[in-house]
Design a protein around this ligand. Structure first.
Ligand SMILES: NC(=O)c1ccc[n+]([C@@H]2O[C@H](COP(=O)([O-])OP(=O)(O)OC[C@H]3O[C@@H](n4cnc5c(N)ncnc54)[C@H](O)[C@@H]3O)[C@@H](O)[C@H]2O)c1
Ligand SMILES: [Zn+2]
Length: 376
């Protein structure tokens, strides 16, 4: 674990899933060489790029040039930015457009954007013609450290988020850290919560490293590039390790839900709107999980204090009260009982101190209610 981060070269990790294993390329300016990275994966020298207009305006020319320089023909599907694009109607429209453009099973879909595009394009890849190869080129911090790796794809239903989906792994993930230079600071901070999550789950050394280097990571612009590269690579390695062990979330993968049971309830209460971004909800949710852990004797108060101080120092909201929206502990508990992670009627909470997270079922809901109450 480097104290000071020096120039970070590009690197390639492998997510080990037997004959479905794939490379995760991480580095500065990889977008400009995306054509060369894609070439060995393509059966036809053409790609179907699914993206959205904000990503296109900031980073589109770079991918266009990279594909051109490798002589790869590209068909572009440029959708609207935002969570609403992960809908059944947008999915149907995208699937129709791909088919109308003549996609066949020897083609490759490229998901170029944040988690919204990755999830939607991945789900289209999983389902159109019963499966088309796809490659993820994530452009948000959240997508680079979390959603692009691991093969969870899906869309939202009127009844709730991510209710229609498939486990479907990409053929590669190409992460260009420099794409984060145009990402709004609020989005960068939200993605950072998922980075912190890996430290809290089972990597106390990484958490300590983040305490020292976090400010550089969330600073907009090129300044923090080396720290960002290190943090993204470390996060991807953690995710790859966990997914390789438990692809379908029967055990260890559930640890990645740290802070999410609380966070999803907060998001639901805010109507999945711009009031509260997913990562912002996860940051508050992680603190709630640590608070509950302290009350249950599963963590030291010092761990709660460290995580709270770090997230606060970095500029994140640390309590539900800061969201500025009236909500009650009872309403949040109702959302938790509806979470899709509920099994046999009991809510699974990821609890523990820094580096010792584990799933706990049958937790006394009065303690959870007290945690929520104190955060509101
Ligand atoms: N599949 C998984 O395992 C998984 C895990 C976590 C989250 N998710 C999903 O991911 C989605 C959230 O992803 P997200 O936070 O990336 O949201 P997003 O895709 O909506 O991107 C956030 C914002 O950043 C903009 N943007 C993207 N890249 C940019 C760039 N380089 N420069 C400037 N602006 C840029 C987008 O236009 C958007 O406004 C949710 O739908 C969530 O359910 C999936
Ligand atoms: Zn998350």
């Amino acid at each position: 674990m480097p104290d000071a981060v020096n120039a970070a070269a590009s690197q390639t990790l492998t997510l080990d899933l037997g004959d479905r294993s794939y490379a995760i390329h991480i580095g500065e300016k990889l977008l400009d060489t995306a054509g060369a990275l894609l070439m060995p994966l393509l059966k036809e020298k053409r790609v179907f790029v699914v993206t959205e207009s904000t990503v296109m305006s900031h980073q589109g020319d770079r991918l266009k040039a990279a594909l051109k320089s490798s002589d790869i023909e590209a068909k572009w599907f440029i959708l609207n930015p935002g969570e609403a694009t992960k809908s059944t109607t947008q999915f149907e429209s995208l699937a129709s457009s791909l088919l109308a453009a003549g996609i066949d099973r020897s083609d490759t879909i490229v998901a170029f954007g944040g988690g919204v595009i990755g999830d939607l394009a991945g789900f289209a890849a999983a389902t159109v013609l019963r499966g088309i190869n796809f490659v993820q080129i994530p452009t948000t911090l959240l997508a680079q450290v979390d959603s692009s790796v691991g093969g969870k794809t899906g869309i939202n239903m009127p009844l709730g988020k991510n209710l229609l989906g498939a486990f479907y792994q990409p053929k590669a993930v190409i992460i260009d850290i420099s794409t984060l230079e145009t990402l709004p600071r609020r989005e960068l901070l939200a993605g950072y919560a998922e980075v912190v999550k890996y430290g809290v789950i089972d990597d106390p050394d990484f958490f300590s490293w983040l305490e020292n280097n976090g400010p550089q990571i969330v600073e907009r612009g090129a300044g923090g590039a080396n720290a960002r590269t290190y943090a993204v690579a470390h996060s991807c390695a953690a995710k790859a390790r966990i997914v390789a062990e438990d692809e379908r979330e029967h055990g260890k993968r559930a640890l990645l839900n740290l802070g999410h049971t609380f966070g999803h309830a907060l998001e639901a209460e805010c109507g999945y709107s711009g009031i509260l971004l997913h990562g912002e909800a996860v940051a508050i949710g992680m603190i709630m999980a640590l608070d509950a852990s302290v009350r249950l004797g599963l963590a030291n108060a010092a761990d709660l204090e460290r995580v709270t101080t770090h997230l606060k120092d970095i500029g994140m909201k640390i309590s539900a009260r800061e969201i500025g929206r009236a909500m009650t502990a009872d309403a949040l508990i109702v959302h938790m009982t509806k979470d899709k992670k509920v099994e046999a009627g009991t809510i699974g909470f990821v609890l523990g101190g820094i580096g010792s997270a584990a799933v706990h079922r049958g937790v006394d809901l009065d303690i959870i209610k007290a945690v929520l109450h104190d955060s509101l």
